[in-house]
Design a protein around this ligand. Structure first.
Ligand SMILES: [Zn+2]
Length: 95
């Protein structure tokens, strides 16, 4: 058996396991932006996310190109990866 000379001695050293129970938004691993395609003008662009607002988010944001409103759905998984989808927020309103 090999023992490392710099062993701490007390307690387990696998501190990464803390992330299993805690959403890692505060440590810089969460995605801060996402690529989306506008449902109106079909332009692709990046939108800025706010990880501090929680692991499940839904809000309205205007397209940067055509300024029409989207409903944005954001879901962060335990690794801080963002799953983002958008829908037209004013469908049927522009006829
Ligand atoms: Zn657009």
């Amino acid at each position: 058996m090999i023992r490392r000379a710099d062993e701490d001695g007390d307690g387990p050293t696998d501190s990464d396991r803390d992330l299993d129970e805690e959403f890692p938004l505060g440590d810089g691993t969460a995605a801060m932006e996402a690529d989306v395609t506008c449902p109106y003008c079909f332009e692709s662009m990046s939108i800025t996310l706010d990880p501090g607002s929680g692991s499940h988010q839904q809000y309205v944001e205007d397209c940067q190109v055509c300024c029409r409103p989207w409903t944005v759905f954001v879901h962060y998984d335990e690794d801080g990866e963002a799953d983002v989808s958008i829908e037209a927020a004013d469908e049927g309103d522009s006829e």
